[in-house]
Design a binder for this molecule. Structure first.
Ligand code: RFL
Ligand code: PHB
Length: 393
C-alpha cells in the first residue's frame, strides 16, 4: 500500500487533517484501532471556538453543525451564590462559541471522507511507524482481518491522542516534555434533563468546582471537581445530584434540573506539551503533542488548529516543493499551544478548590473572580481567549 500522508488516529485531528488534505488534492490513509461505532459514540468535548466552526463550515462539513449547533454569546461565572455573565457579543463582537458534541464532528468528518472515497481503516492493531528520519517512512499494522500490512508514505501524521504509538516511537532524547499534574479530577455526567440555562455556568464553590453545560435542548452535561483517585462506585446518582445542587444553586434559587443519568465517568486533569512537535517526517498533532486541562474547553480546538497548519504546510510542499512551512510547523503550533496552555491553567487555578488550610488561596481566588467579572479589561481577556485566539496567533 502507498499513500502520500499516513495518518495514525481517527479523532478530530486525524480526520480533519485527512479532509483538509483531500481538499488540496493530497491523498491520505487513516488508521484507527477502535471501531467506527466506538469513535462515533465516545463522549468528550462539546465547545467549538469560532475559528473551529469557521473552518468546519468553510471546508464543507458544517451543514449539521449549522443546523444543530447551539451558538452561545456568553458564559457565566458563579461564586459566592451569584452568577456573573461574560458577554461575548459586547466584549468580542462577532465572535462566539458553539456547543456541538465532538462525536458529532467525528460523524460528519467520517461521512465526508467516506463520501469522497477516502480510506479509513478501523480496528487495526500492532501499529508501528518506521523510517521516521528517512525520506521513505512507513507504517506497519495488522488490518481487521488479522493480516500484517505496510503503508508506504511521504509523511506521517501522529494524531493518535495522548496514549498513542506515534510520540512513543520518537527517540526520547529528541523530545522535551513539559508537564503539570493537578490534585483533582472531574466527575462528569450526561443527564436526560433540559438545560435550565442557555449558557454554560462555571462555578467556584468552597466544596469545589462545578460546571453546567449541555449537549442539546434535552440533554444536560455536568461536571464536579473530585479527587484524582475518586472511585465512581462511591457516587450513586442521588449523591451526584446533591453535590451538584449544593455547589451550583445560587441565591436567586437557580439550580440544574435533574433527570436520569445516561452516562458518568471520571476525567483526569493534566497539562502536557512535547517539543518539538516533529521528528523527521513524523508530525504530531492534537492530544498526541499536548494536553490541556478541560476548564478552558480547548483540547479539540487545539487539535483542529494544529492540523490546519499542517495541511497548509503539506499543501505548499506538494504544490511547490518548498519546505519552509513544514520546517516551521512545530514552532507555529507551539506559539498557540502555550497561549492556550496558559489560559487553561489560569481558568483551572481560578475555579478549583486547592487544599490549603489558611484560606489564603480561597480569598485570592474570590478576589480574582471579583476582578475578572468586575473589570472590563479582565473580562475581555477571558472572552477573547474563550472564543478562541485568531487562527494566526
Ligand atoms: P483523540 O480524540 O484522542 O483521537 C486519537 C485517536 O487515535 C486512536 N489511536 C490509535 N489509532 C491507531 N493506532 C494507534 N496506536 C492508536 N492509538 C490511539 C484513538 O483510538 C483515537 O480515536 O485525539 P485528537 O484527535 O488529538 O483530539 C483531541 C480531543 O479529542 C481532545 O483534546 C478533547 O476531547 C478534549 N476535551 C475538550 N476539548 C475541547 O475542545 N472542548 C471541550 O469542551 C472539551 N471537553 C475534553 C472535554 C476531553 C474530555 N475528556 C474525556 C478527556 C471534556 C472531557 C471530559
Ligand atoms: C462540555 O460540555 O463537555 C464542556 C464544556 C466546557 C468545558 C469543558 C467541557 O470547559
Amino acid at each position: 500500500m502507498r499513500t502520500q500522508v499516513g495518518i495514525i488516529g481517527a479523532g478530530p485531528a486525524g480526520l480533519m487533517l485527512s479532509h483538509l488534505l483531500h481538499l488540496e488534492g493530497i491523498e491520505s490513509v487513516v488508521l484507527e484501532t477502535h471501531t467506527r461505532r466506538y469513535v462515533e459514540e465516545r463522549v468528550r468535548a462539546g465547545v467549538l471556538e469560532q475559528g473551529t466552526v469557521d473552518l468546519l463550515v468553510e471546508s464543507g462539513v458544517g451543514a449539521r453543525l449549522k443546523k444543530q449547533g447551539l451558538v452561545h454569546h456568553g458564559i457565566e461565572l458563579s461564586f459566592s451564590g451569584h452568577r456573573h455573565r461574560i458577554d461575548f457579543q459586547d466584549l468580542t463582537p462577532g465572535r462566539s462559541v458553539t456547543v456541538y458534541a465532538q462525536q458529532e464532528v467525528i460523524k460528519d468528518l467520517i461521512q465526508a471522507r467516506l463520501d469522497a472515497g477516502g480510506q479509513i481503516h478501523f480496528e487495526v492493531s500492532d501499529v508501528s511507524p518506521h523510517g521516521l528520519d528517512t525520506s521513505t517512512p512507513s507504517i506497519r499494522f495488522r488490518n481487521n482481518s488479522g493480516d500484517m500490512q505496510e503503508l508506504k508514505c511521504d509523511f506521517l501524521a501522529g494524531c493518535d491522542g495522548s496514549h498513542g504509538i506515534s510520540r512513543a516511537s520518537i527517540p526520547e532524547d529528541a523530545l522535551r516534555v513539559f508537564e503539570r499534574a493537578y490534585p483533582f479530577a472531574w466527575l462528569g455526567i450526561l443527564a436526560e434533563a433540559p438545560p435550565v440555562s442557555d449558557e454554560l455556568i462555571y462555578t467556584y464553590h468552597e466544596r469545589g468546582f462545578a460546571l453546567f453545560s449541555m449537549r442539546s435542548p434535552k440533554i444536560t452535561r455536568l461536571y464536579l471537581q473530585c479527587a484524582p483517585d475518586e472511585d465512581i462506585a462511591q457516587w450513586p446518582d442521588a449523591r451526584i445530584w446533591e453535590e451538584l445542587c449544593t455547589r451550583q444553586t445560587t441565591s436567586d434559587g437557580w439550580r440544574p434540573a435533574e433527570g436520569p443519568i445516561l452516562q458518568k465517568g471520571i476525567t483526569g486533569m493534566r497539562s502536557f506539551v512535547v517539543e518539538p512537535m516533529q521528528y523527521g517526517r513524523l508530525f504530531l498533532a492534537g492530544d498526541a503533542a499536548h494536553i490541556v486541562p478541560p476548564t478552558g474547553a480547548k483540547g479539540m480546538n487545539l487539535a483542529i488548529a494544529d492540523v490546519r497548519v499542517l495541511a497548509r504546510a503539506l499543501a505548499e510542499f506538494y504544490a511547490s516543493g518548498r519546505r519552509e512551512l513544514l520546517n516551521e510547523y512545530s514552532a507555529t503550533c507551539l506559539r498557540r499551544v502555550w497561549k492556550v496552555q496558559r489560559f487553561s491553567w489560569w481558568m483551572t487555578s481560578m475555579l478549583h478548590r486547592f487544599d490549603s488550610t489558611d484560606g489564603f488561596e480561597h480569598r485570592r481566588q474570590l478576589a480574582e473572580l471579583d476582578y475578572v467579572t468586575g473589570s472590563r479589561a479582565a473580562s475581555t481577556s477571558l472572552a477573547e481567549n474563550y472564543v478562541g485566539l485568531s487562527m494566526d496567533s
